[in-house]
Ligand binder design. Sequence first.
Ligand code: UD1
Length: 365
Amino acid sequence: MQLACFVGARPNFMKMAPLLRALAAHAQVDVTLVHTGQHYDPSLSDVFFEDLGMRRPDVSLEVGSGSHGQQTARVLERTEEFLLSCVADGKIDRVVVVGDVNSTMAVSLAAVKLGVSVAHVEAGLRSFDRGMPEEINRIVTDSIADLLLVSEPAGIDNLRREGHADDHVHLVGNVMIDTLLHLLPSARGRDTLSRHSLVPKGYGVVTLHRPSNVDHPQTLAELLHALADISRELPLVFPIHPRTRKQIELYDLIDVLSNARGILELPPLGYLDFLSLTSQAKAIVTDSGGLQEESTALGIPCLTMRGTTERPVTVQQGTSTLIGNDAEQLRFHMNAVLEGTYKKGSCPELWDGQAAKRIAEILVA
Ligand code: UD1
């Protein structure tokens, strides 16, 4: 069986790594690993291959950044070219995509148009907010993929409601948590905290990169001021995504951060350093989807700066609370964390480190 497994952007790498490991246990499967190049900075891409112990891509499509249309078009065009060269030799039986980034959707589209089946890992998630680029990517990808591998029960309900036949849909658990459980001991063994003079539970971790939070000057300014306030009580570590850094500079907000003595600005971190920080944090403030899941698996309070989530289990059962981009809500829930009254959560079903194994078995069958 010939599989082409695609990655493109930072959150894809930790989802694909366990799958590659699980597939390697099946001798009849041959995997070609393709990187679209949506993320190309070493800090958003190369470091993950090293930290995750992932083999280098066999093929790089080098699409780079651009508007959504440009980026999607480049992935579509270059994936088609790659697949055509393989399909001519009868080489690819199925394409495997993960997550909800532009690459996920564009690769799926290129594949189905050539008659190649698509398996989507992390299918079925819906925020019901079509203003989010990822929501469009999820809807399009699921509508054309023929094998839908789902991480939480809401995903099954969503796919049923959209009319997908049960035999195409499988609840398999969460591959991102496979990676987390696999690498937690090495992450904890690192000197990340001492390098930054931090002590366990003595700091919070912040990440922000969604257009809804960082693309509007007033919203971004209010959030940064609220974080500066909070950092007087709880030091905050803030690894800054390149697009966020660009917006902070564009809106002239650098001083808000540099004047806040309790905020430690860092460049984007590799997987292990970041997990070392998050796993020992008092709280996490984020707009990332993956981090909502990781904090739930780690049992760490997560104040999610979004109005909706496609991962409802992290709110219903886990440690996440949706606070939108409301600075007051942020202060309110952070107080609860500091006073010890914030909710405890539990780990969802099948987030047990074995999701990739289940997926590999389904793919082989
Ligand atoms: C993408 C995903 C998002 C995911 C995020 C994680 C889409 C629509 N969005 O958002 O779902 O949560 O990755 O990081 O696919 N840039 C660099 N270096 C890079 C890549 C990007 O500096 O290696 C900068 C560029 O200015 C670029 C901007 O970041 O224009 C946005 O990059 P892009 O890949 O379009 O989306 P992300 O915001 O990273």
